[in-house]
Design a protein around this ligand. Structure first.
Ligand SMILES: [Zn+2]
Length: 370
């Protein structure tokens, strides 16, 4: 299993390189136990993988969802090369070890061991490995729009790192791009142009006092907003005609993303009334709903009692989970590794956690499907 995990890390499934190589490694691993799978590939090596272990069909199926892609290694230096999958002190280091190739190695190994043991399954095991979770959820969206023939599901387990906590809620995200538009002019005659950077400053001053109106959530806290990118101007002697900011908004369940976009449009209209030269446009870069699974449903209650906990938790990051809850199926997030290591330099996973995850996933499958 360690070698399998190391191979998954070494294939560098960033947005630039795509997921195809990881899908092929998983397919080869599943074939060792005679498990068929389907790789669905499209442009630029993007790939989803789906495997289904058939059963007698007397019980509803379990769907395990992982993502194959990883974020880039970032600018900071690493003490081990980010895609070498170096093993040291009982850990494997590398981008994607926690988020979430450790979990993929564990769930694939668990499914293989179940199949190799000839367990009499009454419900199908479905494994879905998604492309693009870190960028635009293209893989999950593609799977959902083509999944018409799937058997009835008892529940979905998203194998993101939760350090073995049972997670049923996370905030959504709404990424906005705002562009202020001006008029270019020679830098020596600024009065003939409209400075888009000055317009952006006008807007940013207004946003200093703006808070998205919404009641805090008992598990997830507040809705948050942060302006995280800014770009404007090409040359020091040209009045800029465009300035752009990127805003990261994290939303709560039941919060309407469309309302937030409309709020920004209202602010633009007010600023335009005060200053007729002000022009701005907002567009949505990414939009993922929040997740809130009903903790009193049978699936979550059974999952929790089986894990020996009475409490489900919330996490700060988002997942592909909401796309699956849109099918009307309960979704829990449960996997190995510390979530605070995600997307950071020197990301690592404890090998013992991956081994523990194999046991947990096997027990979950046996509990729900036999
Ligand atoms: Zn992840």
């Amino acid at each position: 299993m360690k070698e399998f995990l190391r191979q998954l890390v070494q294939v560098e499934t960033t947005a630039e390189k795509g997921e195809l190589a990881a899908a092929q490694i998983i397919a080869a691993e599943l074939h060792r136990s005679g498990i068929d799978c389907r790789i669905d590939g499209w442009v630029q090596n993007r790939a989803n993988i789906t495997a289904q272990v058939k059963s007698s069909g007397s019980k509803a199926a379990l769907l395990f969802v992982s993502h194959l892609d990883v974020v880039g290694p970032g600018e900071a230096s690493w003490s081990h090369p980010p895609f070498a999958a170096v093993q040291s002190d009982g850990k494997i280091y590398g981008r994607g070890t926690v988020d979430m190739k450790g979990a993929i190695a564990a769930i694939v190994t668990a499914i293989r061991q179940i199949v190799d043991s000839h367990a009499q399954l009454q419900g199908d095991i479905i494994l879905f490995g998604a492309a693009g979770e870190e960028t635009n959820s293209c893989g999950a969206k593609r799977f959902i729009s083509n999944c018409g023939t799937m058997p009835k599901l008892a529940g979905v387990v998203v194998t993101e790192p939760t350090d073995f906590e049972v997670v049923t809620a996370h905030r959504g995200l709404l990424w906005l791009k705002i562009v202020t538009k001006g008029k270019a002019a020679h830098g020596s005659t600024p009065e003939l142009g409209i400075n888009a950077i000055a317009s952006m400053k006008y807007l940013l001053d207004e946003l200093e006092n703006y808070k998205i109106p919404f009641e805090p959530h008992h598990l997830l806290g507040e809705c948050s907003m942060s302006i995280n990118t800014i770009a404007g101007g090409k040359e020091i002697n040209i009045v800029p005609d465009i300035c752009t900011v990127g805003i990261d908004i994290r939303t709560l369940p039941a919060q309407n993303h469309e309302d937030i976009v409309q709020d920004f449009e209202k602010i633009f209209a007010q600023l335009k009334q005060r200053n007729s030269q002000f022009t701005a446009e907002v567009s949505v870069v990414r939009d993922v709903g929040a997740l809130e699974t009903d903790c009193s449903c049978d699936f979550v209650m059974d999952f929790c009692s089986f894990m020996g906990t009475s409490q489900t938790k919330a996490v700060g990051f988002t997942t592909d989970g909401p796309y699956f809850s849109s099918l009307g199926v309960p979704v829990v997030i449960f996997g190995p590794g510390k979530p605070e290591l995600c997307h950071k330099p020197d990301e690592f996973i404890e090998i013992s956690d991956v081994e523990k995850a194999v046991q947990y996933y096997k027990n979950i499958i046996l509990e729900f499907l036999t």
